[in-house]
Design a binder for this molecule. Structure first.
Ligand code: HEM
Length: 183
């Protein structure tokens, strides 16, 4: 999330403005969430772009089953291609760009629920840590931006949104500068 905000300083400033207006200098509370739609949209867009668990977790099929015209035999291992679903150009406009607006109503005042965002998967096997993870992302993001401006290290090569992929997806090594906003 910090990397995306450093690559997109305009977006970062918008989050900071919203945090300043709604939270000010107080400690961010989960209750603040309902009043910061842009900040929440940034979290959703970070979850989409990063697709932290790109192929979910391997699951084993317990009995022969038919899905979408395919027979999946008992004991097959099944992976869900979350990264692909999050970057499908037929679903997402300009999928490789970081655009929080895609999760906002046209007047920007509301977060729009989107069933195509499946960072935590869905159904019976969905991630049990979803609520905790979203709470933490909110508190960490707002706390960091309350205090710091996050930017790219000018002495380093400009990082990209490319990532290394294994069970989780993570950005290539890069350096960021955190500048205290109170100075
Ligand atoms: C941004 C953070 C996170 C993302 C994107 C994420 C995503 C996922 C995904 C996609 C799955 C696989 C679901 C499936 O197979 O359909 C999963 C499983 C799981 N996650 Fe998370 N997760 C996150 C944070 C957490 C946290 C904070 C916890 C615990 C505190 C957690 C605990 C688990 C566990 C235990 C499973 C396995 C559940 C099972 O096998 O039934 N996750 N997660």
């Amino acid at each position: 999330m910090c990397l995306y905000l450093a690559l997109n300083p305009e977006i970062q400033r918008k989050v900071q403005a919203e945090v300043e207006n709604v939270i000010g200098n107080s400690f961010p509370q989960l209750d603040h969430r309902k009043s910061v739609p842009y900040t929440r949209a940034v979290i959703f867009e970070s979850l989409r772009c990063s697709s932290l668990t790109p192929i979910g977790i391997a699951r084993r099929v317990l009995e022969d089953m038919a899905v979408g015209g395919y027979i999946i035999p008992k004991d097959s291992l099944v992976f869900s291609n979350i990264y692909c679903a999050h970057h499908d150009p037929e679903v997402w406009d300009d999928p490789h760009s970081f655009k929080p607006e895609r999760f906002l109503s046209s007047d920007g005042t509301r977060v729009v629920k989107c069933n195509d965002l499946i960072a935590f998967s869905f159904g019976k096997c969905a991630c049990p840590g979803e609520v905790l993870a979203k709470d933490q992302l909110f508190v960490f993001l707002t706390s960091i931006l309350q205090r710091f401006v996050v930017s790219l290290d000018p002495s380093e090569k400009r990082p990209t949104m490319n990532a290394k992929c294994s069970i989780t997806r993570f950005p290539l090594p890069h350096k960021l500068v955190l500048e205290d906003r109170r100075n």
